[in-house]
Structures are given as structure tokens and as C-alpha cells.
Design a binder for this molecule. Sequence first.
Ligand code: PLP
Length: 405
Amino acid sequence: MNHAETTAIHAGRSDFAKLGCHAPPIDLSTTYPVDDLETARESLNIMAHGGQPEGNSVYARLHNPTVARFEEALARLEQTEEAVAFGSGMAALTACLLAARFKRQEMSKRTSLGEHVVAVRPIYGTSDHLLSNGLLGMTTTWTQPDTISEAVRPGETILVVIETPANPTISLVDIEDVVRQAGDIPVLVDSTFATPVLQNPCSLGASFTLHSATKFLGGYGDVIAGVVATSSIWARALRHVRVVTGALLHPLAGYLLHRGLTTLAVRVKAAQESAQILALRLKQHPAVKEVGYPGLLPCGPAAETFKRQMKGPGALVAFEIRGETPEEECRKATQLLDRLQLISHAVSLGATDTLLQHPASLTHFLVPRNERLASGITDGLLRLSVGLENVEDLWQDLRQALDSM
Ligand SMILES: *Cc1c(COP(=O)(O)O)cnc(C)c1O
């Protein structure tokens, strides 16, 4: 089997020889003319239930070849049977929740069971909001990674949701341990921060590996998308949800993501190298209280988890500003953002440029304050997404802002 760098460049291109092309064609058709009604109807029936087209694709909500090439490439990188792409990371998470519920209903032949989800904080702010607000008719028990087995309700829990490295503290959750505790309940791992280059959760027993493809997979900050790597059985369920809810990825976005994958490994490694340097320098700066970065973990269980499940510490660094009181830490953290000259003050991550943001006042603003603090999102915490600029230029910008604290 090839290495990830090679797979990222060649996967999803098996039909090129037949097509006689070198770059992936972008198929913008919304409909596909029917030449034989019988086979088109059969193909539609298969796709409407999440299967792949047999011959005619009929209509672009059912299947698109440009998106399918990106999906094939991502599945190869995650070493899963299949992958299913969506219009955003949130659409992908929603589809996993709905697919898990549908599967449970099919198994129990009942339509409403008061479905229950178990999840671990911290987690991406909008995922937290979706799981907390009851919009999908499910309730969520928030728990610690080591008490998942107690939070799970047999016959009721449809999914266990974790994120590792977690947003925005960059803390790690032991995937294999969570899978063991979950038993026969499927586990979803949001692996956005790790990318398939650094971590493959399905190889560790997870049922769903979710990426906000908006971040590192796209890589240039110009595509919103989500993707789930999974088994063929779950992929069928996810495509079924996608067909009926319409949470599609546009073919142009599929093309950009497929192209983005070819540079994924180099981008992640270059940004990671700078992140390691910046994390260390931040840790030594007197204005910084604490740094969260998998590459700086002291010996202990977290460092063991890191070694077991990740190939590198990644390009995201969390750090806390020092202050006398939480109010002062909050004020100083936002002041630092105002003093940046090169680094952008912006949410999101995984683009070519370096971004810094203050989770307590933006991305995790909706998480209740007590819950937020309990999960490590303090008032002085900042989250840095390291890009591809020269590391000395990045440090100079951070240092001048920190020195003036
Ligand atoms: C951005 C993000 C999401 C949501 O993805 P969208 O593409 O913005 O919908 C989910 N999880 C993590 C970890 C993210 O960073």
C-alpha cells in the first residue's frame, strides 16, 4: 500500500485513463438524460436508498461523479471502505445523527425511542449547540471520556460523539478506550484537527470519522464542506439521508477538495513544524500561563494516547494569557488580538494563513459559562491555527503583541 502523500495525489483518479484526462473533470449537470426508462428507474430506486448508480445517474442530488472522486480519495486516505461528502461539516454531523437514529429504528421496528447521544466536551461550538438544543429530537448526556460506559443507555443511545484533538483546547481523547466503553454503540470521531495525515479513527474502531473539509482538506479557506469516512453499510445510510435531506456538496467544491487533498500532507507537515516551534516559544513567554499542544505533553496517560493514535501533533495550538483575574485574562486575550499585524483575527482553521481567535467570546460563546470553564475553555484561552508563513515572521507578530501586554 502506498504512503498517505502518494495516495493523496493519485486516489480518486482511476477513471482518468478511460476519460483521457489529467485533471478531474467538473460535471455540473443537474440532470442526466434517460435513454432507457427501465434501467433509469432501477438506478433511481437503488440511489434513493443510498446505493451507487448503475448506469444512469438520473439527477444530481442522487449522485455526482466529481464529488464521488473526492469521496473515493478521502476513503483511501482514511483507509475506510467509503466516504460520503456533505455541504458542510455540520450537515455531515447531522446526517450521522439521523443515520444512527434511522438504523436503530429499523432494528427495533419502532419509530420513536427518545433517542439519546453521549458526547464529551469540549467540542466544536456549533456541534455543542446542535447536540444541546434538541433540534433533532435527541437528548445528549455530556460526560468525561472515562465515564462513557456509565452514560450509555442500552437500547436508547444511538451514538457516542467525541472530538480529538478537541476544539479549542487541543486536548486528546483516547479513541480505542472510548470504542471499548461504547460496546456495540457506534462511535463518531470528529478528526478535523488531525486530518487523515495524522490520525485514522476508523482504524482504531470508530464507526464514523468526520471532517469539516472546510478546514485542512480544502486548505485554502475557500470551500465549505464536510465528509464522513465509514464502512459501506454506514455509507449507504448516510447517502440515503443525503438524498432525502439534500445536504449536498456542490461539484465545484468537490473538485476543489479533491485538488486540496494533493497538497494536504505537505501543508500539514509544514504547518506542524512551525506550530511545534511556536508552541515552545509561547510556553516560555512570561505573558503566557499555559500552552495546550500535543507536541508538548508531559509524560503521562495523555502523552501515551498521543503516541498511540497520532502520527504528529498537528498545526493547532491553544494558549492562555496570564492575568490576576478571569476578567483581566479575558481583556488581555482580546487586546492581544487587536495588536496583531500579520496574523488574522478570525475563526476557522486549516488555511494557508495563520488565524487566531478567542473561543470564550466567539466560537464557544453559546456554551453555558460553567460548562465552558469545566471543559477547559477559560476566559484567557486563545486558539492559534498555524499556517504556511515563515515561522520567524509569525513569532515576531506574536511576540510584539505579547510583549506589550
Ligand atoms: C468547523 C468545524 C466543524 C463544522 O464544520 P462546517 O464545515 O463549518 O460546518 C465541525 N467540527 C470541527 C472540529 C470544526 O472545526
